[in-house]
Design a protein around this ligand. Structure first.
Ligand SMILES: CCCCCCCC(=O)SCCNC(=O)CCNC(=O)[C@H](O)C(C)(C)COP(=O)(O)OP(=O)(O)OC[C@H]1O[C@@H](n2cnc3c(N)ncnc32)[C@H](O)[C@@H]1OP(=O)(O)O
Length: 125
């Protein structure tokens, strides 16, 4: 993964909102999921956890804040690429900047602030 995370998606037509384009709420969901996954991966790297040889990723993150800017309609039928870049880690707090592109078109940017290693958090009981 180096200093960035990459994921690809090809969505089905059922996620169409306005004609020919992906529903914006789904764009936000993809960025949310990619953001928390990226935050967990960056936390592992910071803690020298070997992701290649780990069956269960020992770090979990939850979204505390998510900001999306929609830059252009997200074309339906084109493979989407999500890229996450670590902005910073301060203890349990992790900030990741993201882009979502369809081919050459930058469709959305996102910023996620997530929190990890939460003892006794109801999500992880
Ligand atoms: C299939 C895989 C899917 C993976 C999951 C995808 C992502 C998700 O859907 S997660 C679900 C949506 N998110 C949630 O439901 C989270 C709900 N919120 C919470 O559980 C808590 O508020 C939580 C965990 C974020 C923080 O609570 P808690 O652990 O008690 O820590 P808390 O002390 O309040 O905050 C920690 C730090 O973050 C800061 N912080 C918390 N929320 C925010 C925020 N919204 N903005 C800025 N800073 C914040 C606090 O100020 C604090 O800073 P510091 O340590 O410097 O004082």
């Amino acid at each position: 993964m180096g200093d960035e995370t990459v994921a690809h998606f090809l969505l089905g037509e059922k996620f169409t909102a306005l004609s020919g384009s992906v529903y914006g709420g789904l764009v936000a969901s993809l960025l949310d999921c990619h953001g928390t996954g990226s935050a967990a991966a960056f936390a592992c790297v910071a803690e020298n956890i070997d992701l290649e040889n780990t069956e269960i990723i020992p770090v979990r993150c939850v979204t505390a804040s998510l900001k999306i800017d929609f830059k252009a309609p997200t074309t339906m039928g084109t493979e989407l690429e999500l890229i996450g870049k670590l902005r910073s880690i301060e203890g349990r707090k992790i900030w990741v900047d993201m882009t979502l592109s369809a081919g050459d078109i930058l469709c959305a940017t996102g910023e996620i602030f997530s929190v990890h290693h939460i003892p006794h958090h109801p999500f992880f009981l």
